[in-house]
Structures are given as C-alpha cells and as structure tokens.
Design a binder for this molecule. Sequence first.
Ligand SMILES: NC(=O)c1ccc[n+]([C@@H]2O[C@H](COP(=O)([O-])OP(=O)(O)OC[C@H]3O[C@@H](n4cnc5c(N)ncnc54)[C@H](OP(=O)(O)O)[C@@H]3O)[C@@H](O)[C@H]2O)c1
Length: 317
Amino acid sequence: MRLGIVGSGMIVNDVLPILKELDIEIVGISGTERSKQKLIELKEIFSIEKVFTDYENMLESQEIDTVYIGIPNHLHYEYSKKALLFGKNVICEKPFTLNMDQLIEIKELAEEKNLILIEAITNQYLKNYEYIKSNLKRIGDIKIIECNYSQYSSRYDAFKKGIILPAFDPQKGGGALMDINIYNIHFVVGLLGRPNRVEYVANIDNEIDTSGILIMEYETTKVVCIGAKDSTSEIRTTVQGEKGSFVVNGATNSIPSVLENILGDRKVFNINEHEHRMYSEFKEFKRIIDEKDLKSAKDRMNHSLLVMEIVDKARMI
Ligand SMILES: NC(=O)c1ccc[n+]([C@@H]2O[C@H](COP(=O)([O-])OP(=O)(O)OC[C@H]3O[C@@H](n4cnc5c(N)ncnc54)[C@H](OP(=O)(O)O)[C@@H]3O)[C@@H](O)[C@H]2O)c1
C-alpha cells in the first residue's frame, strides 16, 4: 500500500505514528492552502515524500495507490468519489458518507473500477471485539445491550458561544449520532446485524443533536445506544445474556478492556494487539490492499451499509 493522506487535523495526527510503525509508505499528504504550514511540518516529522495543496495533483501521482480520507464528514463522499475516479483505493473515516444514496453510489463506482473502498471504523478490527463476537453464544441468549459513549466535546464550548465547527454543523454531517454514537451502532451491528426497528430521540439545540438515545429492536434483544457530546458520564457498554455478560470498560471505539462474567465466573482481559486503537485496522487495510482481497472488502462494505441504513432511519425520525 502506497498512501496519500487527505487532511492534517486531529485524526491524521493521531494515525501518523501508527502508519510509520506499520511501515506503511506515505507518499503524499494533501490539504487546503490554509493548512500548508501544518502539512509541511507533518512531512518533515513523518518523512512524507510530498505535500499537495491541490487534491487532484495528489491523485494524479502514479506512486499513490490508496487514499486515506481524514477530513470532515460532509466531504467524505466527494473526496472518495474523486479518488476512485482517479483509480485509487480508498480508506475513508467514519461516518462513511452522509447517507445511503451517497454510499451506494461510491460502492458501485469502486466495484466498477475493481478498487477497494473501506470505512475506517476502529472497533471492528480490535481483538477484544473479535473475542466478544466469537464468544457471544457463551453468555446465552442476548437480552439487552446498553452502550454509553458520552464525552463532553471540547468543540461544544465553541458551539455554545455560537461558533459552529463541523462536528456540530447539521450541514456537515455533525451531531452526536454521526460522530460518537456511530461507534456504538457499529459495535451492535457487528454482533447482531440488522434490527427490526430503529428509534432515535435526541437533545436538539440549534438544529443539531448534541446528545441522543438510539433504540434498536431485535426479535429477542433490545438495544440502547447513548451518544453525547454535551455531557459526560462513565463510558461503558454492557452485553447481557441469560447466562452472563460482557462489560466493556471504556469507549466502543477502543474497547480497552472487557469484563466477562459467565455464570459468576469473572475475568477481566485486554487482548488488543496494540494500545493504539487504530493499529489493527490499518494493519488489516494494508493486508487487504496489498493482497487485493476484494472478498474481505465486500464483507466490510456490507457491514458499513447496514450501519448506514440505521443512520438513515434514525435521521428520518
Ligand atoms: N477514527 C476515529 O477514531 C476518529 C476520531 C476523530 C475523528 N474521526 C473522523 O475523522 C474526520 C476528521 O476529523 P478531525 O477530528 O480530524 O477533524 P479536524 O481536526 O477538524 O481536521 C479536519 C481536517 O480536514 C481539513 N479540511 C477541511 N476542509 C477541507 C477541504 N475542503 N479539503 C481538504 N481538507 C480539508 C482541515 O484542514 P483546514 O484546517 O485547512 O480546513 C483539517 O486538516 C471526521 O470524519 C471524523 O469523524 C475519526
């Protein structure tokens, strides 16, 4: 995988050391003219070959085979589409797109061009999550799942002063559902698949959900996903079945440790392969792209489509 990165904000700064650790070749980094200095600094620190302030110039580079999109949500569709049209594989940050129509369009474009298009959603690749998934039957019939990812956002202070950053901008795919609750949805869908019914109730301020509760109803399991950017709480997820439970102590984007309790037999463990939540996903993206593993990419896409279906339904309410 020979990577071109788009963006120089929080997530890009977070992932760069991991890309270096995984020996992923970073050919270029691109952004706006206003970020030029930041891009040059990142180039120096992380030995990136080239800086681009014109996205198409980066896409024209024959040395890049894959683009990682780490920019605000409303740009994911446009930037992914353009990269695919230039013949590049795409790794796109969550949420994949703003709605199902956009996702289907770029999915079909990727298929037509025989390219990999994949969502960067950390939890699906973590060993702690894989453990819960493959040991689910051991806790018996699952009755209730409760995910609470509530984290007061530093950008909420600005929001209250009337400064609307993309994370709180309804036009830019902001809000608690799209930003923070999305991890909870991925967590649940990876375990249970498509729900029969979806309902979203939210605290709306200035047309944006600053926090909200998503209810998902399955045949014999009831799920509540809480996502908040306007308040804080213990961040925890519980999966409870007739014979026991799994408790994730921490956020559903990093799943830092798990308490397993099966018929009173308790153990706490952490088998994630790296302390950084993005390590496992990028290790797998590199494998999928280097081996052109279209089958795995398709499975991942089917999962992302299910999540987007839920997001669409929740936002319609
Ligand atoms: N996977 C995770 O754990 C995780 C965590 C946080 C965020 N995310 C996702 O990552 C994405 C970025 O979030 P963030 O927190 O990193 O945002 P951020 O800190 O605000 O950074 C956004 C970046 O996008 C750039 N940008 C804005 N408009 C652009 C344009 N038209 N063309 C090119 N670049 C543009 C910005 O550059 P300028 O300053 O020049 O505008 C900035 O470098 C979001 O989709 C978010 O949901 C994922």
